[in-house]
Design a protein around this ligand. Structure first.
Ligand SMILES: CC(C)(COP(=O)(O)OP(=O)(O)OC[C@H]1O[C@@H](n2cnc3c(N)ncnc32)[C@H](O)[C@@H]1OP(=O)(O)O)[C@@H](O)C(=O)NCCC(=O)NCCS
Length: 159
């Protein structure tokens, strides 16, 4: 399947909003406001997967906190394209973008009530490194998963 992965432009935001609404029960104006803000924020990167001139997936990578730790803030694949490795390919593209930067890990927080999603990240070489009890709701913890960035060989210094 032929796909292009590229950085988002202003024109892409509406399709990202619609992809988000298809996946989550959330208000349109909140998503729209959030994504427009992230598009113009140097600590956020929005990547788009395009197939036949249609945006079929997107991801938001956000550098959080004083140490600018990279987090996968959002990763959404259009429903009819799920389970075709499109999410995995987009995740690999994020991992590649982080190679060579001075970061050791990329993190994601997932709801504990969503074992399928936890499984998706485990299959993609993330490891569970922590949790925050009752973070989302009582009995719905945040599970923190982390992927260790594999640096390019040329960038590993020899002693
Ligand atoms: C999670 C998501 C991005 C995965 O993308 P995808 O392209 O469907 O995933 P892939 O095809 O690369 O990998 C699928 C694997 O992940 C697993 N998986 C994890 N979460 C899943 C989900 N919600 N739906 C379907 N499969 C899921 C499947 O078991 C599958 O394993 P397999 O290949 O051994 O059969 C996609 O299902 C999605 O958009 N979900 C809704 C939005 C969401 O919850 N995003 C995460 C917020 S950070």
């Amino acid at each position: 399947m032929k796909m292009i992965i590229r950085e988002a432009k202003k024109d892409d935001i509406l399709s990202c909003v619609n992809l988000t609404l298809e996946a989550f029960d959330i208000k349109k104006n909140i998503v729209s406001c959030d994504l427009n803000k992230k598009l113009n924020d140097k600590d956020n990167l929005i990547l788009i997967t395009e197939h036949k001139n249609t945006n079929i997936a997107f991801a938001v990578l956000e550098k959080r906190g004083p140490n600018k730790v990279p987090f996968i803030d959002l990763l959404v694949v259009k429903k009819k394209f799920r389970n075709k490795k499109i999410g995995t390919v987009l995740l690999n593209s994020i991992k590649n973008k982080l190679k060579g930067l001075k970061v050791k890990n990329v993190l994601v927080e997932v709801e504990s009530i969503n074992p399928e999603l936890i499984n998706f990240y485990l299959k993609n070489e993330f490891k569970i490194t922590g949790y925050i009890k009752d973070y989302f709701d009582p009995n719905n913890d945040a599970i923190i998963l982390s992927y260790v960035i594999k640096q390019r060989k040329s960038q590993i210094s020899t002693i």
